[in-house]
Design a protein around this ligand. Structure first.
Ligand SMILES: [Zn+2]
Length: 251
């Protein structure tokens, strides 16, 4: 298979997989730590408590094996393990982006990585509009930066082992796709939360209307492009959620 085509099908596949995580993740963002079954990993990074739930690894491994298959490479344990490490690292960087900027505004954040992604929480904190915008933008922002740096590094470094090159490819693809999908201006994705912060509470209803419009148009566009059904379903779910909030606010 020519390399260009191989990369394209790889990207499409990752896009399909990432859609599921990114969407479910957003719905869990405002939740407290969700119930968990099995051993958890807890550590502190830059002074920020991080909890990694077992399902985080399981889902990443499932995505990784699917990823390898579609990439036409071997679907062995190493390929999957490299994807899991790359994906886990990228998502952690995204959440650290939110958490570190939140902390710089006085919050005491913690991070949870769960079965469908992760979230940074800021218990008891209040951000101004522009602070909230920056805290939200920092997650996908730093993740995009990571993706670009890794692309440049993998171009510069020519003498790499296959395994390390595969790791770098996983890392930039997950980083770019995850960040871009999160930036879709549909509430409560990061892009939607940035829109909400930019427009302010007085234009909340207009924000919800925009969010519904983008979600519906996006769902129809993705559906007609035939790129799976999960993202259209999640976008429509968000549109419905936003519609419910809009309706309640009109009582
Ligand atoms: Zn985020």
């Amino acid at each position: 298979m020519p390399r260009g085509k191989s990369i394209l099908s790889n990207s499409e596949n990752l896009l399909k997989s990432a859609r599921l995580i990114v969407s479910v993740r957003a719905t869990l963002q405002s939740d407290e730590i969700s119930p968990c079954f099995g051993p958890m990993i807890r550590f502190t990074m830059f002074g920020i408590p991080v909890e990694i739930q077992p399902w985080f690894w399981v889902i990443l491994a499932l995505l990784g094996s699917n990823f390898g298959q579609n990439f036409g490479t071997s679907n062995d344990a190493l390929t999957v393990a490299l994807f899991v490490i790359a994906g886990g690292f990228s998502i952690l960087v995204h959440e650290l982006g939110h958490a570190l900027v939140g902390r710089s505004f006085g919050a005491r954040p913690f991070i949870v990585l769960h079965g469908f992604g992760g979230y940074a929480a800021f218990p008891g904190s209040f951000f101004s509009r522009w602070q909230s915008f920056l805290v939200t933008a920092s997650g996908p922002g730093v993740q995009l930066l990571l993706g670009i740096v890794v692309i440049v590094l993998s171009k510069i470094m020519t003498d790499l082992s296959d395994a390390f090159r595969s790791f770098l490819t996983d890392l930039w693809m997950v980083s770019i796709f995850w960040a871009l999908l999160n930036l879709i201006p549909v509430f409560p994705l990061d892009g939607g939360q940035m829109l909400a912060a930019a427009m302010g509470p007085q234009r909340r209803n207009l924000m919800l209307q925009i969010s519904i419009g983008v979600a519906v148009i996006g769902a129809v566009a993705l559906w007609s492009m035939g790129i799976g059904v999960m993202m259209p379903i999640f976008l429509l779910f968000f549109a419905w959620q936003n519609y419910q909030e809009l309706r309640q606010s009109r009582w």
